[in-house]
Design a binder for this molecule. Structure first.
Ligand SMILES: Nc1ncnc2c1ncn2[C@@H]1O[C@H](COP(=O)(O)OP(=O)(O)OP(=O)(O)O)[C@@H](O)[C@H]1O
Ligand SMILES: [Mg+2]
Length: 239
């Protein structure tokens, strides 16, 4: 069986700094829901941005559905991966959020009526229908986050990568998002998060990124019960 994502000895650093990612290897198989944990500044966003080719590693390689990520395969990989940025503002740029959510599908050749129906149904799912004709700047932080998620889901990606998806969401929307994710026909979901309680409800496997490496790779429930490991990595569950 082809792995959905395979990362081998990935090294990445920003200019004039020691590498943030210093030899990352892991494999994500079809059906997996995986959390990426780690302290502020550990390199989670940097790793996710490498996975979609927004940043290119200094060494090592990434395979998406068996294909090495490189210039020639980048656009295909981007079509397969829905990526939700940590900052929703990076994702919403059209005059209205309805246009933001139809933009991607239209770009991929989905007929206008189909794209619009899909967008309206996603906006309704996320409680945004009454704001469909507003710009993202006129929404709350949590509403912007939900609009960005709708824009990603409208692309019907095979793989979903979410960077801090619960940022700005109240408990009821966090719960709703967990339910929406649990019902998606998506091959792999990878979520960077600081919200241990929420990843306990949405993922079965957890990776901890520390000192530039994947230091822990365990079933989420096991890890959440293991207070000494969580404390060791400065991830106490009740703070
Ligand atoms: N564009 C950049 N140029 C230089 N250094 C950067 C850049 N972006 C991030 N860094 C540095 O790389 C390291 C990892 O940052 P990254 O954003 O990947 O962390 P993170 O684990 O996502 O943190 P958080 O939990 O705060 O989102 C940090 O030390 C950060 O200062
Ligand atoms: Mg981050």
């Amino acid at each position: 069986m082809t792995s959905t994502i395979e990362v081998q000895d990935l090294v990445f650093g920003y200019p004039q700094q020691k590498p943030v990612l210093r030899g990352i290897s892991f494999t994500l198989q079809p059906g997996e829901r995986v959390a990426l944990l780690g302290l502020t500044g550990a390199g989670k966003s940097t790793l996710l941005e490498n996975l979609i080719g927004l940043k290119m590693p200094q060494s090592g390689e990434i395979r998406v559905q068996g294909k090495k990520l490189e210039e020639a395969t980048l656009s295909q990989a981007r079509r397969q991966i829905g990526f939700c940025f940590q900052d929703a503002n990076d994702q919403l740029f059209m005059p209205t959020i309805l246009e933001d959510v139809t933009f991607g599908p239209r770009n991929y050749g989905v007929p206008p009526g189909v794209a619009r129906d899909r967008a309206l149904s996603l906006l309704a799912e996320f409680g945004l229908i009454e704001f469909a004709n507003r710009s993202a700047h006129e929404l709350s932080g949590g509403q912007r986050r939900l609009a960005a998620l709708a824009a990603i889901l409208a692309l019907e990606p095979a793989i979903l990568i979410l960077d801090e998806p619960t940022n700005g969401l109240d408990p009821s929307w966090r719960r709703h998002l967990a339910k929406v994710l649990s019902q998606l026909p998506i091959e792999v979901i990878l979520i960077a998060s600081h919200n241990l309680n929420w990843i306990g409800k949405t993922t079965q496997r957890a990776l901890i990124l520390a000192d530039g490496e994947i230091r822990v790779d365990r079933p989420t429930q096991d890890l959440l019960k293991d207070r000494s490991t969580l404390e060791y990595y400065n991830l106490p569950p009740d703070w």
